[in-house]
Design a protein around this ligand. Structure first.
Ligand SMILES: [Zn+2]
Length: 372
């Protein structure tokens, strides 16, 4: 396992590469931002917005939203540019109170909104299956997040979808992929967080093609024929979590009263109780947690020294989200023992080794980590 010498991410993170100088692809991509002419990019977005407002139709664009600070920022930006958006959310089965409040606040900014719920019975069965078979509770969520807004765009005849950050750029990915500026099938196959699977790979006698229809993206031929384009706002405007937070807060967005739910931020990953499960599995599979992702962003933005980040990691520890795990088990009908068994089954033996009966990561970023 190699660690980036600039931030605190390891090369076990999917799509993250560390170069010969010891710097990861996310840090390199971040440094290249200073070479970008952001004024040109803003003008490009202006042209996209003008074309969308000039075309006939009830709505100019779809904004996929969760109610989080980034989606609040997306809505604010689109309204600033005179777009008439239709906000679309996939309703997570464990939406939190703060998630509901922030989503209501986002709608109050002045947008029409569709909250798309999938049957909880289907969600529970699908999440349990992907968790047990692939060690990931987040696969159905990612399918839904990427399918529902596109389906709504097709149904409403809307040809522009405006996403927030490009996770391929923000959290890793090869430097060449910074040119992946639209969210299409090529982007999804690498960054869609479905472990390379498609919805059809999960069909069985219960999860039939009909039952899983909401998770499936409309056919590529339909999307092309309609000329639907999905862009990332982060490509046109410099994306910084603290800035999108402050903009969102001045427009009514609230942070968690209880501190961070998972990781370092009290303003991210707070709208859904099950998101922490998705992040927790990273510890077993890749040897890091959401905290490492968040602190790496802080380092890149120059708000934290790497040494301080490592101290925080040591102080916080691996933070098992037990309350959320209990809720997830109740929702999916798993026992907590079965949950732990699945985690163990997906413990990555390439990075974890047993030492006197205790699992340890060789070459961990914190040398004197308490493994017991
Ligand atoms: Zn890095």
């Amino acid at each position: 396992m190699r660690w980036c010498q600039s931030c605190v991410l390891p090369d076990s993170r999917p799509n993250l590469f560390i170069d010969e100088g010891g710097i990861c692809s996310a840090c390199t991509a971040f440094r290249q931002r200073s070479e970008i002419n952001w004024q040109d990019r803003e003008r490009e977005f202006g042209a996209i917005a003008d074309a969308a407002t000039a075309s006939p139709g009830e709505y100019d664009c779809v904004i996929p939203v969760s109610g989080g600070k980034d989606s609040t920022w997306q809505v604010i930006k689109c309204l600033e540019y005179g777009l008439r958006p239709l906000a679309v959310s996939w309703h997570p089965p464990a939406r939190t109170k703060i998630g509901r409040l922030n989503l209501a606040n986002l709608i109050d900014l002045g947008v029409d909104h569709i909250d798309f719920s999938i049957s909880p019975c289907v969600e529970a069965a699908f999440m349990r299956k992907t968790f047990e078979k692939a060690g990931s509770s987040g696969i159905p969520m990612h399918f839904a997040i990427f399918a529902v807004p596109l389906s709504i765009a097709v149904k409403f005849g809307i040809s522009l979808i405006i996403w927030g950050e490009n996770s391929a750029v923000e959290y890793g990915g090869s430097v060449d992929d910074n040119n992946l500026t639209v969210l299409n099938e090529a982007w999804l196959s690498k960054y869609g967080v479905s472990q390379g699977s498609g919805v059809e790979d999960w069909y069985d006698e219960v999860l039939t093609p009909q039952v899983l229809a909401a998770y499936r993206r409309p056919d590529v031929s339909v999307v092309e024929e309609r000329g639907i384009k999905a862009v990332f706002l982060g490509h046109y405007f410099q994306w910084d979590p603290e800035i999108s937070l402050s903009v969102a807060q001045t427009h009514g967005f609230r942070t968690s009263d209880d501190g961070p739910k998972t990781g370092y931020y009290d303003f991210a990953d707070i709208d859904d109780d099950f998101i922490s499960i998705h992040h927790w599995l990273k510890w077993y599979k890749f040897g890091f947690t959401r905290l490492f992702d968040n602190l790496s962003l802080e380092i890149r933005h120059g708000r934290m020294e790497r040494e301080r980040a490592i101290e925080i990691i040591k102080t916080v520890g691996a933070e098992k989200p037990q309350a959320d795990i209990d809720a997830f088990c109740e929702f999916t009908g798993l026992s907590t023992a079965a949950f732990d068994d699945v985690c163990e089954r997906f413990r990555n033996r390439d990075i974890w080794q047993q030492d006197a009966g205790i699992w340890k990561i060789h070459d961990f970023i914190v040398p004197d980590w308490n493994w017991s």
